[in-house]
Design a protein around this ligand. Sequence first.
Ligand SMILES: *[C@@H]1O[C@H](CO)[C@@H](O)[C@H](O)[C@H]1NC(C)=O
Length: 407
Amino acid sequence: MKLTVLALLLSQVWAAPQAKRSSNFLWLGSSESGAEFGQANIPGVLGTDYIWPEADEIKVLFDAGMNIFRVPFLMERLIPTQLTGTPDATYLADLQATVESITSLGAYAVVDPHNFGRYYGNIITSTSDFAAFWTTVATVFASNDHVIFDTNNEYHDEDQTLVLDLNQAAITAIRAAGATSQYIFVEGNSYSGAWTWTTYNTNLVNLTDPSDKIIYEMHQYLDSDGSGTSDSCVSTTIGAERVAAATTWLRENGKKAVLGEFAGGANSQCLTAVTGMLDALSAASDVWLGALWWSAGPWWGTYIFSMEPPTGTGYTYYLSLLQSYAPGGGSSGTTTTTSVATATTTTKATSTTTTTSTKTTTTAATATSTAVAAHYGQCGGLYWTGPTTCASGYTCTAQNEYYSQCL
Ligand SMILES: *[C@@H]1O[C@H](CO)[C@@H](O)[C@H](O)[C@H]1NC(C)=O
């Protein structure tokens, strides 16, 4: 019975003609869980207590259009005993291999100590110890500009100034270690929730980075308590509603963000709510650079949000939606050096099935090319066929290779 319902829902999703959105994001991807599993057993045994993500399945998601993968791991397994210590060689080698399997594709790998601001269960209070941890990790990845450092997963129930100071200590240590080209994802208190960001985390506006590549990583779930533990969504509009205040804060303060965790249950209410949230982020891609689903990973089994190919609940229900927000429209995984000429060829090649609709699209594109884009509207970027002129008073500004907008 369960299968019948799922098949029905799937046919509805697939039958609905998916308007090909032009992607405004720099990143669209997923977390890749496994190495942080088995938190009751530290260090635990590889294959019994925890597992590393599988390169083959990452490749499946990459080929589907994803270009960023967040790799949660445990600080205690990487650097046992004390934060100022040296890494466990095996766990570090496996982390490096996982990161390499991602960045060798041309995708971004987010190095995510999934520790909630804690080490062996105690709130990390020493900024110098935390800096030492980050010096060790950043040194390993200093030469790989497709690595992103995520200072810590979901600080919560701790002093707000401490959250500021820990993030700043991490940033300073990472840059001092010679890792100057990478983005740094900073997270906030209260589980880094987007919906409560302006209640708790406004002091993080004062973080500074000599490389100026701070990205505020927020998380957002759509169940009643925002915990992501239910596959119910509060309403069809809850996604857009829960990110609205954060968007305003980002714009007012000239900051950029990524939705580092989000998900929704495999049901039509959540599908609409997730779509509304991604549409809201995409419409605000001057400040929101992308989003990462929670979560893929080899051991999720029947987990309500599993993005693991080929049978994960989230994978089978949400992949086609997510693809429509992938950088470059999700037509391929070529995110690095695709020239406009190649891109055009790819688009044509994939649209040969329906000649009529291709023609319609071409006509529409020609018709709109003389139009002007409004404030915050898109005015250029790879694959863009719409207006390239902005309304009076606004300048077409490149946000990334996929997206220019009128500001
Ligand atoms: C940022 O730092 C300045 C200078 O210390 C301080 O006056 C201000 O209150 C801080 N901003 C926030 C939002 O905490």
